[in-house]
Design a protein around this ligand. Structure first.
Ligand SMILES: NC(=O)c1ccc[n+]([C@@H]2O[C@H](COP(=O)([O-])OP(=O)(O)OC[C@H]3O[C@@H](n4cnc5c(N)ncnc54)[C@H](OP(=O)(O)O)[C@@H]3O)[C@@H](O)[C@H]2O)c1
Length: 493
């Protein structure tokens, strides 16, 4: 990524009605509200309050604030019902700024911080999606304060803020008639709420162009630009002392990549600990050499066994295929282990959910060696437009990447070191550019992109986010809706 100055072109919007604003705690939302009110808008204040029992309207100074639990779809719906029918001009999500003074590392357990940044923003857009979709023009903006460059410059920020930008970038694809913008402010700008608010409102109402905008300390406007760079082949093979923890490493793209790493370090005796939820089956261990015809015969034999074991004497296609998929996953993992071992390295598999922080800490503590490398490849993808996506699906997709990463870092610490020497997260072009149907996936990947950049900038370790495009013939891009999603977005696999 490169940073490019981006003055933006004149493109004034002529809007009226209400603008919904989520509150921060720096005074920016109050100042944005004053700015909008002076331009004739009505402002609706939303105070996101994790754990709130029900939606309520509270008088705070001279403003009315709707208090809602960002994780509750019922409270979001109650809020929207309370809003009534009047015209809406858009929404500005300033709540991610609350994370600017909190460290991600302060959290233990499932992240509540990411809810403020990502889940809440998705929930509001979902609750208002039909009304936003009916507009010819409108504004939808999220605001974070990492380093004024969306996490590509600094090393002291909370990367969970980037979840909001991931949602905004994807929603821009879903609702092209709206001006969607993901701002990232330099934290110093938070100290001058009124001029920062004036700048934001002016930018949003009057400048067209890029979705992803950074504002630096001097108020200069930046965007992120991709550029092609030749790979410098500089191999540094792994050593016997290397111990890598690899989530999702048993199958799919991550398995393919880790096999590549092992092959590039032939005979090193390095250890790879692969994590996945799939339990291994003794039966499939003997299937590694099976050809397609023999596997097909095994599949038929499985059906016979299932029919015999069922009380009704029947088995549905869905049950049969599900049971078969579990067996094939087990075989995939065993295949991966065998292939890595054949390179002269060690491979072990742990059937564990990467979000299970307790188990991962225990695993790290019991390894008996410091973890020197972490690859976070575990991920889920469930493409659906915001209007059709459930809160639960959004949460699932975000948490496996975000809470999974935090749990992996817990394992590293328990193994006796603060940071691994090397870390990689498998992210996606969908995180970089946003993609219709992938607000959750882009939110999670944007967080990991920013966190890898932050770790490298801090000198803690060499951390890379690999923003893959679609892999052909292996992994999630070969299943379900994602092939069609990639095709619609013009992404080559
Ligand atoms: N495939 C692509 O074209 C593509 C493109 C861009 C980015 N990526 C990224 O690359 C990574 C791998 O993708 P893939 O295509 O190989 O996906 P995949 O085939 O669905 O494999 C996902 C892997 O993650 C594991 N996993 C999922 N949830 C887990 C959890 N909660 N705990 C532990 N392990 C878990 C799965 O094992 P179990 O089911 O056994 O848990 C599986 O090994 C993902 O992070 C994805 O976002 C892939």
């Amino acid at each position: 990524m490169e940073l490019g100055r981006c003055p933006g072109g004149d493109a004034r919007l002529s809007l009226s009605g209400r603008v919904l604003v989520t509150e921060d705690d720096w005074g920016i939302s109050v100042a944005v509200a004053e700015e909008l009110t002076s331009k004739g808008f009505d402002v609706v204040h939303i105070g996101l309050e994790p754990g709130a029992k029900s939606h309520r309207i509270q008088e705070e100074g001279d403003r009315l604030v709707h208090r809602v639990d960002p994780a509750s779809s019922e409270q979001m719906d109650a809020f929207v019902e309370e809003l009534g029918e009047g015209p809406i001009a858009g929404m500005i999500h300033l709540a991610p700024l609350r994370l600017a003074s909190m460290a991600w590392a302060e959290e233990s357990g499932p992240s509540q911080q990411v809810v403020l940044s990502g889940q809440a923003w998705f929930g509001l857009l979902k609750a208002l999606d039909q009304r936003l979709g009916a507009l010819d023009a409108g504004i939808v903006a999220s605001v974070s304060a990492m380093d004024g460059r969306h996490g590509n410059r600094g090393d002291r920020f909370n990367a969970l803020q980037a979840a909001a930008a991931g949602v905004t970038k994807s929603y821009a694809h879903e609702r092209p008639s709206l001006r969607c913008r993901a701002y990232d402010l330099h934290p110093d700008l938070l100290m001058d709420a009124s001029s920062t608010a004036a700048r934001l409102v002016d930018d949003l109402m009057n400048l067209g162009g890029e979705v992803e905008i950074g504002l630096d300390r001097a108020g200069e406007r930046w965007t992120l630009v991709c550029f092609a760079e030749d790979l410098v082949e500089d191999h540094k093979p792994l050593l016997e002392t290397d111990v890598w923890l690899v989530s999702g490493g048993g199958s799919g793209v991550t398995a393919a990549a880790i096999i590549g790493v092992a092959e590039a370090s032939k005979g090193a005796g390095a250890s790879f600990h692969l994590l996945g939820r799939t339990p291994l089956m003794d039966l499939t261990e003997g299937w590694l050499e099976h050809d397609d015809a023999t596997l097909e015969a095994e599949k038929m034999a499985l059906r016979e066994r299932m029919i015999e074991a069922s009380a009704s004497g029947k088995v549905t296609m869905v049950e049969w295929n599900r049971a078969w998929d579990r067996m094939m996953r087990s075989r995939d993992v065993q295949q991966t282990l065998a292939t890595i071992q054949a390179t002269g390295n060690l491979a072990q598999y742990h059937a564990v959910d990467v979000m299970n922080a307790k188990s991962l800490t225990k695993l790290g503590a019991n390894l008996g060696h410091a973890i020197t490398g972490v690859v976070h490849g575990a991920g889920l993808e469930e493409s659906k437009l915001v209007g059709d996506k459930t809160h639960e699906a959004f949460d699932r997709v975000v948490r496996v990447k975000v809470d999974g990463w935090a749990a992996l870092m817990g394992a590293v610490e328990a193994s006796g070191v603060r940071h691994p020497a090397f870390a990689a997260c498998f992210t996606s072009v969908a995180g970089r550019f946003g993609n219709g149907g992938q607000t959750d996936y882009a939110a999670a990947n944007s967080v990991l992109d920013a966190e890898m950049a932050r770790l490298t900038a801090s000198g803690a370790c060499r951390a890379v986010a690999i923003g893959w495009t679609g892999w052909r013939d292996v992994g999630m891009a070969t299943r379900g809706s994602i092939e069609a999603v990639f095709e619609a977005a013009g992404i080559e696999t």
